[in-house]
Design a binder for this molecule. Structure first.
Ligand code: UN1
Length: 495
């Protein structure tokens, strides 16, 4: 099936000045038109209008729309998953997995639509009742990255929609087609649902300036942004300056500690998926590996051997495990990081360009293992490519401290069968990350948990648990059903 057929099946008819390219071979796969300040303004105004209607639709009914959208996704999982592969370059299994994540969050949100619970609170005053209600917040902007071009939007949008919000999505300029395809599927669900206000969910396309317009606009109370720490550092003050709320999912620098008691075969498999899956372009990718000195000479050569046999190639081919990087800039960033790691005393295996003859305009690489003498400046920086920095450790307290001694705090894990070490890793004085796993790699989180991390990762939480609260406004209501007017804090105010 050609990309054109695929887009037609998904209901996307592309035209415009901007060429969308596939990282597989650099070929054109479609054309899109960018928004400008005028069209963004129109879309924001339309989103406010849609919100005014949607907020009054009962939440379980709102859930019904999300349920219908989940059905569209189920029916089109193969096509959308394939488009994700074509546009973002991740292998087909991962493209499909990404759509599965969308389906899962829809299911979660449908259940949630009947569980937007508030509290009833004991009042200190007689004849009074206090309660807390969660109300829809308003239009929610979702700014997403290329590496999860559709799932991250769904984590936000499925929740925002059942919470009674309208949604405006600015996808990464590298992945506009998957966004348009998702929007087309959503429109189909809207048609089946029948009773949703138009413009409930919209897409704006463009570069950074378009994202800035959303960040600045006081009509948008919540801005959820996924991307680099640099992007978050620029966006957050703009949202904060108008007292908006941002949900930030920024850089990670995720580590694994492999202790002497670890099951090494499990650890090796986990390392491979987490370090080279998605060609090292997940925010949860494994980037730092701490190996106890007693097992270092066993684990590291085994890893190098496994790396040497990794099938690198077109992500459309079934055997491939490592697809291309997103673009040339990403390849150059990887080479720069490797050069500085080398200057800092790193011993590199892999890391070079692959398949250049076959794909002169596709940036395939051999994933790199870099044995480092310590946690240098380069190791502390997130490079969005498959570079695994490996370091030796002796003492458990010391490795815990080194584990936390980076600016980012997204995901983390330990491989051990020692119960005390496992518990210490997830205790208050253990990993300082938003996600901490035992005998599981740092990536591939389930949607049921709250997803996000601390420090330079931005502090936001999306997806499961009670992340939905970020898309609503909390209202405390106190009702007096007595004939008196007692004041709180015991104040007497006789008139
Ligand atoms: C991301 O890379 O931005 O845990 C999100 C994971 C996925 C999400 C990654 N569920 O790897």
């Amino acid at each position: 099936m050609t990309t054109h057929d695929l887009l037609t099946q998904l209901g996307v008819h592309t035209s415009g000045d901007h060429i969308a390219r596939s990282p597989i071979d650099g070929a054109e796969i479609g054309r899109v038109a960018y928004d400008d300040a005028k069209s963004v303004e129109k879309k924001i105004a339309a989103s406010v209008e849609a919100f005014k209607t949607w907020r009054d639709v009962p939440a379980p009914k709102r859930g019904e729309l999300v349920r219908l959208f989940g059905e569209e996704l189920r029916a089109n999982k193969d096509a959308l998953g394939r488009l994700v592969t074509l546009e973002a370059g991740k292998i087909l299994q991962e493209g499909l997995g990404e759509v599965q994540e969308m389906i899962d969050i829809c299911d979660f949100a449908v259940g949630l639509s009947r569980q937007l619970y508030g509290l009833t609170i004991a009042s200190e005053r007689p004849g009074h009742r206090m309660m807390e209600t969660w109300h829809p917040a308003g239009p929610v902007a979702v700014i997403s990255a290329f590496n999860f071009p559709v799932a991250v939007w769904a984590w936000n949008a499925a929740l925002a929609l059942v919470c009674g919000d309208s949604v405006i999505w600015k996808p990464c300029e590298k992945t506009p087609l998957t966004a348009l395809a998702t929007q087309a599927l959503f429109e189909r669900a809207m048609t089946k649902f029948g009773a949703a206000p138009k413009n409930l969910s919209q897409v704006v396309l463009g570069l950074r300036d378009v994202g800035e317009l959303l960040a600045k606009d006081a009509r948008i109370p919540v801005v959820s942004a996924t991307g680099s720490t640099r992007m978050g550092r620029e966006l957050a003050p703009v949202v904060a300056a108008r007292f908006g709320r941002s949900i930030l999912e920024l850089g990670g620098n995720n580590a694994m500690i492999v202790t002497p008691s670890a099951k090494l075969d499990l650890a090796t498999r986990a390392i491979l998926f987490a370090a080279v899956g998605t060609a090292g372009q997940r925010c949860t990718t494994l980037r730092r590996l701490f190996v106890h000195e007693s097992i270092y000479d066993k684990l590291v050569p085994a890893l190098k051997k496994a790396y040497a046999g990794l099938p690198i190639g077109s992500p459309l081919e079934k055997v491939t495990l490592v697809g291309p990087l997103i673009d040339k800039a990403s390849f150059e960033g990887m080479q720069r990081a490797l050069a500085s790691a080398k200057d800092e005393g790193g011993a590199i295996s892999g890391g070079g360009r692959a398949l250049e003859d076959k794909f002169p305009d596709g940036f395939y690489i051999h994933p790199a293992i870099v044995e480092m003498p310590g946690q240098t400046k380069t190791v502390c920086h997130e490079t969005f490519a498959p570079i695994l920095y490996v370091m030796k450790y002796t003492d458990f307290d010391d490795v815990l401290a080194r584990h936390n001694a980076v600016p980012q705090g997204l995901s983390s894990c330990i491989f051990t069968t020692d119960m005390q070490q496992a518990e210490r890793f997830i205790a208050a004085s253990g990993s300082d990350c938003g996600i901490a796993n035992v005998n599981i790699g740092p990536s591939g989180a389930e949607i049921g948990g709250a997803f996000g991390g601390e420090k330079e990762t931005g502090g936001g939480r999306e997806s499961g648990s009670d992340s939905w609260k970020a898309y609503m406004r909390r209202q405390t209501a106190t009702i007096n059903y007595s004939d008196a007017l007692p004041l709180a804090q015991g104040i007497e105010f006789a008139v």
